[in-house]
Design a protein around this ligand. Sequence first.
Ligand code: HEC
Length: 290
Amino acid sequence: MGRGLAPVALSLVVSLAACEPPPAGRPRSAVATAAASADAAPPAGPALRFLGAAEGQLDVDALAALPGAGVVQAAPPGASAPVAWRGVPLRAALQQGFGAGWRAADELLFTCLDGYQPALPVATALAGAPWLVWARADGAPFRHTLPGHAAPVALGPLYLVWPGTPPKKAQWPYQVTAVETINFSERFAGLVPAADAPAAVRAGFDVWRTHCHKCHRLQGLGGTIGPELGRPVGVLDYWQPAMLRRWLRAPQSIREGSPMPPVALNEAELDTLFAYLRDRSGTPPGQATP
Ligand code: HEC
C-alpha cells in the first residue's frame, strides 16, 4: 500500500488503525476504519522476530511445528462468541525464541506494523494462556471488526489472543511482527525519573508507561503512532493543563476526527502524569513561557 510513499496525514491514519486493540466502546474515526480495511493483505516475509535476549525469527511454518500448535478458541474484543484460530501458544514461541530465560524478564515488548508498541508484563502472560495466531481456522479472511470500527481490520502477520477469561492486564495487539524481552526501566532508561524525584513524578511514570508509551514518544523513546510529547518542547509548555485533561478524556471534543482514543484516568492519575510530563520536558531553559 505504499506506506513509505503515502502523504503524512494518510499514513498516520492508516497506521493508527492498524494496531491498537481498543476496549469496547472506544470511538474511532470513520476515516481510520476505511483506511485500515483497504490494508487487508499482511506483508510477506518473516512472521515473528525475536529481539533482546535472543535474536532470530520464526516463520509461520516454523511456528506451526512447535509443541501445542493447532487450533484455539478465543473471543476477541467485539466478538459475541469465540472464534477458532490457527496458531501456537505464546509460551511455546517464546521458549523456542528465547529459551526458558524469557520467564525471568519483566515484560514482553511487542512491535506492530504501525509502530504500536505495547509492553505486556510477563506475569500477565503467565497468568493467562495467550496464543499467537496467524489465520482463522475456518479459512475466512484473517480480519476482525474491533469495537469502534465500522469495517474489519487486518490482523496479520500475528494476533495475540486470549482463550477463556483473560487476566485483567491482557492486551490483544494485532499486526504483531516482533517480540522482545525487556526490563522496562533498563530498555527505556531515559524515561525513568531520578531516584530522588518527588513521589508524584514517580507515580506519573507508571501512568505514562501504562497508558501513553505504547503510542507516544518522550525524548525519542516509545511508540510512534502519536507524536513525540517531550522534545524539543514539553507538551505542557504549549498545551494548557485544563485543555490537556479534556483532551485525554475526549480527544474528539477538541480535535474533530482525531484518531486518538480517550484514556480513562482519574484526577489523581492526571496530576501525577502532568508532574511526570513536566519532569521529562525537554524545553530549553528560558523557553517555558512565551
Ligand atoms: C492508541 C494510541 C494512543 C494512546 C494510547 C495515546 N495517544 Fe495521544 N495521540 C495519539 C495520536 C494518533 C495522536 C495524534 C492525533 C491528533 O493529534 O489528533 C495523539 C495526540 C496526542 C496529543 C496532541 C499532540 C498535539 O499537540 O498535536 C497529546 C497531548 C496526546 N496525544 C497525549 C497523550 C497522553 C498523555 C496519553 C496517555 C495518557 C496518550 N496521548 C495516549 C495516539 C494515542
